[in-house]
Design a protein around this ligand. Sequence first.
Ligand SMILES: CC(C)(COP(=O)(O)OP(=O)(O)OC[C@H]1O[C@@H](n2cnc3c(N)ncnc32)[C@H](O)[C@@H]1OP(=O)(O)O)[C@@H](O)C(=O)NCCC(=O)NCCS
Length: 188
Amino acid sequence: MSDRCFIPIATKRLRLRAFRAGDEAAFLAYRADPEVSRYQSWDGCTPADAAAFVAEMAAHDADIPGTWYQIAVARKDDDAVLGDLALHTSATDRRQVEIGYSLGSAHQGQGYATEAVAALLDFVFERLGKHRAIAAMDTRNHRSVALVERLGFRREAHFLEHCWFKGAWSDEYAYALLAREWSLRRAA
Ligand SMILES: CC(C)(COP(=O)(O)OP(=O)(O)OC[C@H]1O[C@@H](n2cnc3c(N)ncnc32)[C@H](O)[C@@H]1OP(=O)(O)O)[C@@H](O)C(=O)NCCC(=O)NCCS
C-alpha cells in the first residue's frame, strides 16, 4: 500500500509517510535497539513483529479514536526510514491527541526529531483541527524532555512513582500543547 491513509508531508530534510512493504528491515533495526526501547513500553522486536507492524500500519487509517497510528520518518534524499512518529486520537474526545516519536540511535542529535514532530504538530492542528496534544515520558528520558520543551510543550504534571516500569517504579512527566499555543509559536 501506499500513502492512501496518510498524505505524505515534506519537510526540509524529511518525508513523513505511511509505512509500506519494504520498510520492515529499517523498522526492525531501530525497534530492536535497547537504547531506543529503554524508556518505551516495549522491549525488543523480531522480524515477525516488524512484518506484522508494517502490514498493520499499511492498512490502518490515521485519526481513528482510541487507536495509535504510526508514521514513517524517511530521509528525503534516499527514502531511508530513520524512525517513526505516533499519533493517538482520544477515544472520549477526538479533538485531543497524544503523540510519540522514535529515531534510530544513529539518527539522533541531528535535529530530525524536532523537524519531524514540528511537521506532525502542523498536521495535527492545521489539517486535523485538533485542540490539544499531549506527550508523556519517563522523567529520565532527557532527550524526549528536551524535544517537547524545544517545541513549546508545557509540563503539566510530574507523577511520582507512577507506574511499575521494567522492574522499578518510575516517575513520569505529562506535557501538553494547545492549538493556539502552537499557532502563536509558528507565527513568531
Ligand atoms: C526522543 C528522541 C526522538 C529525541 O531525539 P533527538 O535526536 O534528541 O532530537 P532531535 O533529532 O531533534 O535532535 C536535537 C539535537 O540535534 C542537534 N542538531 C544537530 N544538527 C541540527 C540541525 N540541523 N537542526 C536542528 N538541530 C540539530 C541539536 O542541537 C540537538 O542537540 P542536543 O541533543 O545536543 O541538544 C530520541 O532520543 C529517541 O528516539 N529516543 C528513543 C525513543 C524514545 O525514547 N522516544 C520517546 C519516548 S517518550
